[in-house]
Design a protein around this ligand. Sequence first.
Ligand SMILES: Cc1cc2nc3c(=O)[nH]c(=O)nc-3n(C[C@H](O)[C@H](O)[C@H](O)COP(=O)(O)OP(=O)(O)OC[C@H]3O[C@@H](n4cnc5c(N)ncnc54)[C@H](O)[C@@H]3O)c2cc1C
Length: 401
Amino acid sequence: MDFKFSQKSLDLQEKMNKFFEEHIFPNEEAYEKAILDSGDPLHIPELLDELKEKARKENLWNLFLPDSEYGAGLTNVDYAPLAEITGQVWWAPEVFNCSAPDTGNMEILAEFGTQEQKDQWLTPLLNGDIRSCFAMTEPDVASSDATNISSSIVSDGDNYVINGRKWWTSNAINPRAKICIFMGITNPENPPHTRQSQVLVPMDTEGITIVRPMHVYGYDDGYTGHPELNFENVVVPKSNIIGGEGMGFKIAQARLGPGRIHHCMRTIGMAERALQLMIKRALSRETFGTKISDHGVVQDWIARSRIKIEEARLLTLKTAWLIDNVGKEQAKIEISAIKVGVIEAASYVIDKAIQAHGAMGVSQDTPLAKMSAGVRTLRIADGPDEVHLRSIARREINKHT
Ligand SMILES: Cc1cc2nc3c(=O)[nH]c(=O)nc-3n(C[C@H](O)[C@H](O)[C@H](O)COP(=O)(O)OP(=O)(O)OC[C@H]3O[C@@H](n4cnc5c(N)ncnc54)[C@H](O)[C@@H]3O)c2cc1C
């Protein structure tokens, strides 16, 4: 296995790191302040648009999309370090038009969309003019088993009529989210894995109500938040179906793989940042006549953090390499393993970084508290850990039966 990055990736990494030093890190406070000062939790700082324009001019744009017609055409291995850099600041991926759930939605449209769907929705998404959301999870059923999804998409002449309640639809509350990919049942008579379909639903369609924003450990996540939504007799033309009836599961599977690499590498970026903050803080203060960084226990945290980050990154790069060179099918154990392993590693590092900061670590004065809430939710979002562990265990057991 060769994890050597191409010259194109190396050049982009250098450019991206420079962009962070010049434009992202110096603006972290200004960004948070702009939202706070506006008094509107859904406020989108002008700064974000200014930075998006800069990033686009520097060709740091749509780097996630392996399709060279629509995106940068990078392999998963080559994009991985760039995703890691973007993960250091929670709002930064959008600056490069590389933020979830748009990335997954754009991938789906590029792979399965009709020309008309691409023109209408993929083009403005690629241009960063609109944003999008993905509505699968439902409050009334255990949604980690996607066969439980019960919203209905019923055929009515040339249209579909959609009814159902969704929640945790990230980004749906964003005033710029113009399109939703909605998952529901079109073919109840089919076997469980071909009952579902994914349909494009413009967010201004009559019958869609935002019921309430959901909070994440008290954070409301602002314009990127995850509201509960009601869909009542929402009508869309049949041409809005993606890939055909019964394709919902297949498309959901296609989303996995590259999307997991993105999530995990961004999480590793977060962990690197947390380690850096931990060390800087520990170097800057003293207790009982000793620098905090010289206490044995703190050195143990720093060393273990380094080991965990390296392990997590190597496994993620291996997974990316397998997807690029062998295929997603052959990388299923790794695709599940990084979901669990990387989050565990990052949780450890962020927790120790908080501890090393004392009370400041749980406050708004560092990004650590928000990171901590973020990685904790990742044990549930994108499929709970237990589901991925079950799938790994089954594949391992099958090797011996
Ligand atoms: C911040 C955030 C953002 C999200 N964004 C989106 C989004 O944009 N779109 C979207 O559709 N959804 C989104 N989700 C929802 C997320 O995908 C679901 O919460 C997740 O799939 C779990 O579904 P559930 O909440 O219904 O839990 P349930 O299915 O009720 O499961 C509850 C628990 O049961 C246990 N469990 C389940 N299966 C097993 C098993 N096989 N073995 C052992 N234990 C098991 C697990 O511990 C699990 O956590 C988001 C969630 C969060 C927190």
